[in-house]
Ligand binder design. Structure first.
Ligand code: NDP
Length: 334
C-alpha cells in the first residue's frame, strides 16, 4: 500500500476572518510561508453582514464581503497559500503539531494560528434568516447605527443582550427587550443599566415567533407571552439577536485550555495557548470585544509571536521537546 506523504508547513493558519487574514499578511511578510485553510465560509462572519462602517481605513464604509475580499488579496499578495478546507481534528502531542483537513489530509506544522472564530447563535426562525442583513442582526455595535431614531427589538437576557440593549437605546427611539423567563441571566450591574434606561421596554416571558417584513426590510415582530399564550405584534424595523455566541473550538477540546464557554484561553497580553507554537487569535479567544478590528489586531500579534517562537526554536534545538507545554492553572490536558 502506498504510504501517505505528510505535508509539513512552517505556519498553518486555520480560519479566514480578519484574524486569520491579518495573521497571514504578517506571517507571509516574515517569510513564514503561511498556508491558510479557510473553513466552510471563506471570509468568516463578515461575509454575512452588509455595510461595515467601523473598520478604520474605509471612510465611506464597505460591504462585509468586499472587505474580506480585500483582506484575502492582501494576504495573497505576500505569498500566503490559501486553500479551501476544514480542519476536522488535531493531534498536539508534539513535537510537530498535526492537523487533519477534511478528515483525510494530514499536515504537520511548526506553528499553528487558530482563527476559527465564533458563530452567533440564532433562534432558528425561517424569517430570521430571510431578513438577516436586511433588518435582522446579531451585532448591535456593527449595525445599531442603521436604526437611528427607529424602534427596534432585541432578544436575550444575558450580559451581551443587556450591553447591546443599552448601546441600542442610545441610538434608537425605543428598544423592546424580549426576555424568555421572568428574570435576567445578566449580572446585577448590567441588569440595573437596562432597568435604568427609560427607552428600553422589557417584555418578560416573551418569545419571538416571526420577523415580519415586505420582502425587502423588517416592519414588525410577532411575539408570544409564554405564560398566557397571548400573541401580539411589535412595530419595529430592526431585530437584534443576542442569545450568545459559540466559539468554534470543538476540535481543540482536550488539547487546549478552554474557558467555561469554550473560548480558547491565551496568556495575558498574548495569543499564546497552553501549547507552545500554537496561537489563537480573534473571536475564538475573545468573547468581550468581538470586533473585526480587534480580531485583526490579535491576528497580527499571533503572527509576530509565531515568528519569535520559530526564531527562538531555531536557536535552541531542544526547545520544543523540553518545553512544549506552558503551565496554566486550568489546563485541561497535557
Ligand atoms: P449567555 O449564555 O450568558 O446568555 C444568553 C441569553 O440568551 C440568556 O439570557 C438566555 O436565556 C437567552 N437565550 C438563549 N437561547 C434563547 C432562545 N432560544 N430564546 C430566547 N432567549 C434565549 O450569553 P452572553 O452572550 O450574554 O454572554 C456570554 C458570556 O460572556 C457570559 O459569561 C457573559 O457574562 C460574558 N459577557 C460579559 C460581558 C461583560 O462583562 N461586559 C459582556 C458580554 C458578555 P436564559 O437566561 O433563559 O437561559
Amino acid at each position: 500500500m502506498e504510504e501517505q506523504v505528510i505535508e509539513h508547513i512552517k505556519c498553518l493558519i486555520i480560519g479566514s476572518g480578519p484574524a486569520g487574514y491579518t495573521a497571514a499578511i504578517y506571517a507571509a511578510r516574515a517569510d513564514l510561508k503561511p498556508v491558510m485553510y479557510t473553513g466552510f465560509v471563506p471570509g468568516g462572519q463578515l461575509t454575512q453582514t452588509t455595510d461595515v462602517d467601523n473598520f478604520p481605513g474605509y471612510p465611506d464604509g464597505i460591504m462585509g464581503p468586499v472587505m474580506m475580499e480585500d483582506f484575502r488579496k492582501q494576504a495573497e499578495r505576500f505569498g500566503t497559500e490559501i486553500r479551501f478546507g476544514y480542519a476536522t481534528s488535531v493531534d498536539f502531542t508534539g513535537p510537530k503539531h498535526s492537523v487533519t483537513i477534511d478528515e483525510v489530509k494530514q499536515i504537520t506544522a511548526d506553528t499553528v494560528i487558530i482563527a476559527t472564530g465564533a458563530t452567533a447563535k440564532w433562534l432558528g426562525l425561517e424569517s430570521e434568516q430571510k431578513y438577516n442583513g436586511f433588518g435582522v442582526s446579531a451585532c448591535a455595535v456593527c449595525d445599531g447605527f442603521f436604526f437611528k431614531g427607529q424602534d427596534v427589538a432585541i432578544v436575550g437576557a444575558g450580559d451581551t443582550a443587556a450591553e447591546e440593549a443599552t448601546y441600542l437605546a442610545k441610538l434608537a427611539n425605543k428598544v423592546h427587550m424580549l426576555v424568555r423567563r421572568d428574570e435576567f441571566r445578566a449580572s446585577k450591574a448590567m441588569q440595573n443599566r437596562v432597568l435604568n434606561t427609560p427607552n428600553i421596554v422589557i417584555h418578560y416571558n416573551t418569545e419571538a415567533l416571526e420577523v415580519l417584513g415586505d420582502d425587502q426590510a423588517v416592519n414588525g415582530l410577532r411575539v408570544v407571552n409564554n405564560k398566557t399564550n397571548d400573541e401580539s405584534t411589535l412595530d419595529i424595523t430592526g431585530f437584534f439577536v443576542a442569545i450568545g455566541h459559540k466559539p468554534n473550538t470543538e476540535i481543540f477540546q482536550g488539547w487546549l485550555d478552554l474557558d467555561d464557554n469554550g473560548y480558547i484561553i491565551t496568556k495575558a497580553d498574548s495569543t499564546q495557548t497552553n501549547i507552545k507554537g500554537i496561537f489563537a487569535a480573534g473571536d475564538v479567544q475573545d468573547h468581550i470585544y468581538r470586533q473585526a478590528v480587534t480580531a485583526a489586531g490579535s491576528g497580527c500579534m499571533a503572527a509576530l509571536e509565531a515568528e519569535r517562537y520559530l526564531a527562538a526554536k531555531e536557536g535552541d534545538e531542544t526547545f520544543i521537546e523540553e518545553d512544549l507545554y506552558i503551565a496554566t492553572p486550568n489546563r485541561s490536558k497535557v
